[in-house]
Design a protein around this ligand. Structure first.
Ligand code: G4P
Length: 282
């Protein structure tokens, strides 16, 4: 499978982020809890040098809980602050305020020594597409975010969302395109929907997903679609098609449609909580 990239996009986004970095104290990096490494952009480490760092394992509700814990330990051992969150439902968001203060302790102390009191910490949310940046900003900021959005014409300069007396958030997240050489990383990104389906062959993607799930979660496919799992992923796919009554003209199983259903079921959590990569594989 081959993926296409848009380096033009990437360069512009990176440049913008570099500019914004000068204004902030803390980088809040969102990763997808189902694939926390594949969904990181390696440039972020370099761009965020000298900044406090907080990694959010977002969509934690879609990933296996014990794996979420393992990833949290993994990132904390690397010196990051890390919180598991469900931005959609607001899970984990409460504890973030305290973690932000903890992550920025040095800056706050430095300010205090210089006699600067009560200067809020300024933060920026970054991450690859579809990882949940907008959902997170909206959930965390709530009404404050809506207010900023309702003021057309006042978009000159940077817009800050005041979360409380201690924290301000840049209202536009930093978007970085995912980056990889390893095709297995690309596949994980395609599974979670961070690479658009239009540039991929859905049937092939579905078959690759079946390969993965039958290996790491044997029985999950059988349970969900009430089918027998087979070694050949394409046979599995036609069984999914049969189970979901996907037919094309001539009474053939519509495996393309079945692949779409399969990926949709996985992405929205209807197959249960699944994690695509584990720290012990690193
Ligand atoms: P982005 O700004 O980083 O591109 O991502 P965005 O917030 O648009 O979120 C992408 C999708 O991920 C959205 O789904 C959003 O609802 C979902 N999402 C974000 N955070 C979480 C989370 O913690 N848990 C779960 N389960 N889903 C999350 P969508 O299908 O595109 O939109 P919608 O139908 O949910 O509105």
């Amino acid at each position: 499978m081959h993926f296409q990239w848009y380096p033009g996009h990437m360069t512009k986004a990176k440049r913008m982020m570099q500019e914004n970095m000068k204004l902030i104290d803390l980088v809040i990096e969102l990763v997808d809890a189902r694939a926390p490494l594949a969904s990181r952009n390696p440039d972020i480490d370099e761009l965020s040098r000298n900044k406090a760092r907080l990694i959010l394992l977002n969509k934690a509700d879609l990933a296996e809980e014990r794996r979420n814990e393992e990833w949290k330990d993994y990132f904390e051992n690397q010196g990051f602050f890390c919180v598991k969150v469900n931005s959609k439902k607001g899970g984990g968001l409460k504890s973030i305020q305290n973690v932000i203060q903890e992550a920025c302790k040095e800056k706050i102390l430095r300010d205090r020594k210089r006699g600067i009191l009560n200067r809020p910490v300024r933060a920026m949310v970054v991450g690859i597409p579809n990882v949940g940046k907008s959902t997170f900003i909206n959930s965390l900021a709530g009404k404050a975010a809506a207010k900023t959005g309702n003021k057309p014409g006042v978009t000159k300069g940077k817009q800050w969302i005041r979360l409380n007396k201690q924290v301000e958030l840049l209202d536009t997240p930093g978007i970085l395109w995912p980056k990889f050489e390893d095709q297995s990383v690309g596949l994980k990104l395609a599974f979670i929907g961070s690479i658009k389906d239009e540039i991929l062959n859905v049937e092939e993607l579905g078959a690759e997903f079946i390969r993965f799930i039958c290996r790491d979660y044997p029985g999950a496919l059988a349970d969900k679609y009430e089918i027998e799992e087979a070694e050949d992923p394409y046979i599995c796919l036609s069984r999914v098609a049969e189970s979901r009554h996907c037919l094309v003209k001539g009474n053939e199983w519509d495996t393309e449609k079945a692949a779409g259903i399969l990926m949709d079921d996985f992405r929205s959590g209807r197959m249960g909580r699944l994690t695509l990569e584990y720290p012990e594989q690193v």
